[in-house]
Write a protein that binds this ligand. Structure first.
Ligand code: ATP
Ligand code: MG
Length: 388
């Protein structure tokens, strides 16, 4: 008999060779995210995590592993009726049952060699528990307590099945470069693409001394939260100051934001080429601000050498805030900070820039060397993960 955590990973939408690739990634991710917390085994369409200490912490971490749909602390026993009913009885007995508790037993039998079928197991175990616990009452529709039994090579019994985050294992979709600010939106965008299996590299543009150390700390904290969700990379930080200073000198104020955005896309292209990134990711949402109109998005999008994924494009700010709260980035994002783009924001940025006008302005700039240097000097900042 032993206690473990039963992990369900859903269908992952795939068969054959791809399926084993997905499961391999999933296992790697679990091992990375739960390093030192226990060990992982696999048998017959299930993964099992054996926590080294209390399972609570491991459960919370596992609920952040994309690809998992269920996380259930379970007891493993031999395929033997006495053992199964004894374990279920002990587990239910540990619960503080109110005077009247409705319950049901649900059985899955993957191993047909066991002499009782699933109906019989549910019925017999239900009767056994009813006899031992007078507080119990059967309700097959909306039970307060669900006793679940899985019959495999061994039997597994569990009372709680916590939801996993779903999605696809991080790393099954190739690498993408996330343009991450200290704001609310881009960390959520990164989370959404991690959830679809993209191996996200976080890239930030800072403008010292216009933006201070605290702003960078904030972005580091945000990336730290995303690391809990399977992001593997350190924070890539580019010093944007020399580029920005030239723009401020030479570009009319109302075009400043849009030109800064174009420089960010160019730098994103260069980092993607270096890191074999297959896409860029931004936190833009249509119409949210002047630089997020269709015209503005077009003027940045045309420069990209790969798809620019904007998972928040159709969401309202309130929806994004709600997601940020659930993910754990919101409280960090709302701390005051300066962003490189906010420091010199004009009061009336152009909302419908014409590409022709933008290109005309850019003719007067010579930023090639500065862009190259910015990428050559890119700094990778590793993040101390709080392991409490
Ligand atoms: P966020 O909340 O992510 O800052 P936002 O609504 O404030 O987004 P903008 O400031 O217009 O939007 O920025 C649009 C997108 O450009 C951001 O979502 C982000 O992907 C990228 N971006 C903006 N500033 C930076 C920065 N300093 N470093 C990296 N990417 C940035
Ligand atoms: Mg912002």
């Amino acid at each position: 008999m032993s206690d473990l955590i039963l992990l369900r990973y859903g269908e992952l939408g795939l068969k054959g060779h791809n399926r084993s690739f997905f499961i391999k990634k999933l296992r790697q991710n679990i091992n990375r995210i739960l390093q030192g917390e226990g060990n992982l085994t696999q048998a017959h369409g299930r993964l099992f995590f054996h926590p080294a200490q209390s399972p609570d912490r491991a459960i919370a971490r596992l609920q952040q592993v994309f690809g998992l749909v269920g996380v259930a602390p379970a007891r493993e026993v031999e395929l033997d009726w006495e053992e199964i009913s004894g374990a279920a009885e002990e587990m239910v007995g540990k619960k503080d049952l109110p005077e009247k508790t409705t319950f049901k037993v649900e059985t899955k039998r993957a191993n047909k060699s066991f002499y009782l079928n699933s109906m019989e197991i549910s019925r017999n175990l239900g009767a056994h528990l009813l006899q031992k616990f007078p507080q119990l009452q059967v309700d097959v529709h909306q039970p307060q307590l669900k006793v679940q039994v899985e019959i495999r090579k061994k039997a597994f019994i569990y009372l709680n099945d916590y939801p996993g985050p779903g999605g696809l294992p991080v790393g099954t979709g190739g690498r993408g470069i996330l343009l991450v600010s200290g704001g609310i939106d881009s960390p959520v965008a990164g989370w959404m693409m991690l959830k679809r299996g993209i191996d996200v590299i976080p890239l930030h543009f800072s403008s010292p001394p216009y933006t201070n150390e605290r702003s960078l700390e904030k972005v580091k904290d945000l990336v730290g939260v995303l690391q809990g969700w399977g992001l593997k990379y350190p924070l890539y930080n580019i010093n944007f100051t020399p580029i920005q200073e030239e723009l401020i000198q030479k570009v009319p104020g109302d075009f400043l934001t849009i030109l800064m955005r174009r420089m960010m896309i160019r730098l994103g292209n260069m980092v993607a080429a270096r890191e074999r990134g297959k896409c860029l990711i931004t936190g833009e949402s249509l119409g949210q601000v002047a630089s997020q109109t269709i015209e503005s998005l077009h003027s940045t999008g045309v420069l990209a050498n790969s798809p620019v994924l904007k998972p928040l494009i159709g969401l309202d700010k309130q929806d994004i805030i709600k997601m940020a709260q659930d993910i754990g980035t919101y409280d960090i994002s709302i701390q005051p900070h300066e962003d490189c783009c906010q420091v010199f924001v004009p009061s009336h940025p152009v909302t419908r820039p014409r590409l022709k006008d933008i290109e005309e302005i850019e003719k007067g700039l010579d930023l090639e060397e500065k862009l190259k240097k910015a990428v050559a000097d890119l700094e990778k900042i590793s993040i101390e993960v709080d392991s409490s």
